[in-house]
Write a protein that binds this ligand. Structure first.
Ligand SMILES: Cc1ncc(COP(=O)(O)O)c(C=O)c1O
Length: 445
């Protein structure tokens, strides 16, 4: 390689080349991942990284921000137009800092917050106990029914009982469309702020494949690197409904981001976000977002035809949650993640509703179609991939998680050594590589 990086730091260049090969040769099926376009990558690696710009456009603490102001205003206007909202803050470094800023804007320590329980598919920042959000605030989690869907009777009961100041709607492992209108009814009845965290489905919203929460909630937060296909980052948007409820909401959010929880914005990241938002407004992105959902549905059908059990018996979005506790054994998500990795398919182990083991050794896996759809894969490939997955999972049949916690460590070490040498999995890996060769990855030669 004759890049600057290759000359300056061959060690990092080598690692980069290896990671590029991994991303190209395998099936990236973690539902929160995607491939950013070459234009997004170029903006992300640009000289905008050199500039400090504490504050907001036309109100900066440093000089030299004429062009940075233009850049940030461009990103803001694009976000507002795409999501149909009157206010957008594009400075959050990522999804978690965006959510922390919402707490800082709306709540005092020990105020009550309600969110989707983490083992039921919720996110850490929605009040889980190990997060600052579950430590400094009184967290009242809501749960899902055995069907995997949110238990709205419980949400209503808990909201009436605990009178939360803030209710989150959004999740990280939930294969259904969010019912914003049901949450709005409950939040309005108890006077709570309603915040939609659409980190996972933002791209589906833009594509028109899922409904936009803007009509129902006060604030929307999102990551920018998942289905939106931008750089890693976060955004906070205030809706017309939010401004009607609290005319100072936009200022509260801006103050909570800077100086409340962050310092200088990452303008190179904001540049890349502006580019991604332009791409997201295209007709081809709308087609992409719809194809992501179509692909997930075909993949789900193929997996179920192979007698694999899915939470909700399918999917309404880009992700599939597979419950392996009965097909294989409780805790089998651990085995499945490594077996699939050995076959060149990247997924993540995940808890399932009423998880029988623990988040460390969960009984399910979570997989999704955003990244493989970006490569141009369609229904035909989903059938192929579904069959690869079902075939690969057969190799975990001999393994069972020991009950004894001390025995587990050695057992799992042996398992990992064996699984990476499993001949059937290595055969599938060759087939996966053959398939991947036909579908280039944007930004990787
Ligand atoms: C629903 C949801 N919110 C917030 C986040 C946090 O985003 P980040 O990892 O960028 O901090 C995630 C990430 O997985 C998520 O799924």
């Amino acid at each position: 390689m004759t890049t600057f990086l290759g000359k300056t730091d061959p060690e990092v260049q080598k690692i980069l080349d290896l990671e590029a090969k991994r991303q190209k040769d395998g099936l990236e099926m973690i539902p929160s991942e995607n491939y950013a376009s070459p234009a997004v990558l170029e903006a992300l690696g640009s000289i905008f990284t050199n500039k400090y710009a504490e504050g907001y456009p036309d109100k900066r603490y440093y000089g030299g921000n004429e062009y940075i102001d233009r850049l940030e205003k461009t990103a803001i206007e694009r976000a507002k137009k795409l999501f149909g909202v009157p206010h957008a803050n594009v400075q959050p470094y990522s999804g978690s800092p965006a959510n922390f800023a919402v707490y800082f804007a709306l709540l005092n320590p020990a105020d009550v917050v309600m969110g989707h329980n983490l083992p039921d598919g919720g996110h850490l920042t929605h009040g889980w106990k190990v997060s600052v959000t579950g430590t400094y605030f009184k967290s009242v989690p809501y749960h899902v029914l055995p069907s995997g869907r949110i238990d709205f009777d419980e949400v209503e009961k808990l909201a009436k009982q605990h009178k939360p100041k803030l209710i989150w709607v959004g999740a990280t492992a939930y294969p259904f469309e969010f019912e914003f209108e049901k949450f709005a009814k409950i939040a309005d009845a108890v006077g709570a702020y309603l915040v939609a965290d659409i980190a996972h489905v933002a791209g589906l919203v833009i594509a028109g494949a899922h409904k936009n929460p803007a009509l129902y909630v006060d604030i929307i937060t999102t990551t920018t690197h998942k289905t939106l296909r931008g750089p890693r980052g976060g955004m906070i948007m205030v809706t017309d409904k939010g401004l009607k409820k609290d005319p100072e909401l936009a200022e509260k959010i801006d103050r909570a981001v800077f100086p409340g929880t962050q310092g200088g914005p990452h303008e190179h990241q904001i540049a890349a976000l502006a580019v991604a938002l332009k791409e997201d407004s295209s007709a081809s992105f709308k087609k992409y977002g719809r194809q992501v959902v179509k692909n997930a549905k075909v993949l789900a059908k193929t997996l179920m035809a192979n007698k694999l059990q899915l939470v909700g018996n399918g999917t309404e979005n880009h992700m599939i949650l597979m419950d392996l506790s009965k097909t294989y054994c409780p805790g089998a998500g651990y085995f499945a993640q490594y077996a699939l990795e050995a076959a060149g398919i990247t997924v993540n182990k995940n808890t399932v509703p009423a998880e029988p083991v623990s988040p460390f050794y969960p009984s399910g896996i979570r997989l999704g179609t955003p990244a493989i759809t970006t490569r141009g894969m369609k229904e035909k490939e989903m059938v192929k991939i579904g069959n690869f997955i079902a075939q690969a999972l057969k190799e975990i049949k001999p393994y069972r998680l020991p009950d004894d916690k001390n025995a587990r460590i050695q057992f799992l070490k042996n398992f990992r050594e064996e699984i990476y040498e499993n001949k059937n999995l290595l055969e599938i890996k060759k087939e996966v590589e053959k398939l991947c060769k036909k579908f280039p990855v944007p930004g990787i030669k």
